[in-house]
Design a protein around this ligand. Structure first.
Ligand SMILES: [Zn+2]
Ligand SMILES: [Zn+2]
Length: 118
């Protein structure tokens, strides 16, 4: 007669055995469900939200450097900058962020570091 292979439950410390494919005993079968759910949930989480914020701001500002635009120049933006520096209490709110080109970003950072540290 074909004997089903009994394996010890995968839950640490559990002394029960199981013939289930997921490897958990009856009492721990819910852990198997949680295991698959966790795997599915991983795609939504992970990664820093900054990338998503950045993309949103670039799209909002149509990928144009806002400081350049205020001076009547059209320059493609490659970065997103905090209007009020985070060290000065600025937040990650959309209203405190704007698209900026690397030249403007460098100039702004240089200016800030100069005035910030005398
Ligand atoms: Zn168990
Ligand atoms: Zn610029």
């Amino acid at each position: 007669m074909p004997a089903k292979a009994k394996r010890p439950c995968r839950s640490p410390g559990c002394r029960h055995t199981t013939t289930e494919r997921h490897g958990y005993c009856e009492g721990h079968a819910h852990l198997a469900t949680g295991w698959t759910q966790r795997r599915r949930g991983q795609s939504g989480r992970g990664g820093r939200p900054w990338r998503r914020i950045r993309d949103r701001i670039l799209q909002r500002d149509r990928y144009l450097c806002q400081p350049c635009k205020r001076q009547g120049r059209i320059t493609p933006a490659t970065e997103v900058d905090h209007i009020v520096n985070r060290e000065a209490g600025g937040t990650d709110a959309d209203t405190n962020l704007e698209a900026i080109c690397s030249a403007c970003h460098k100039a702004k950072t240089a200016r800030e570091s100069q005035s910030g540290r005398g």
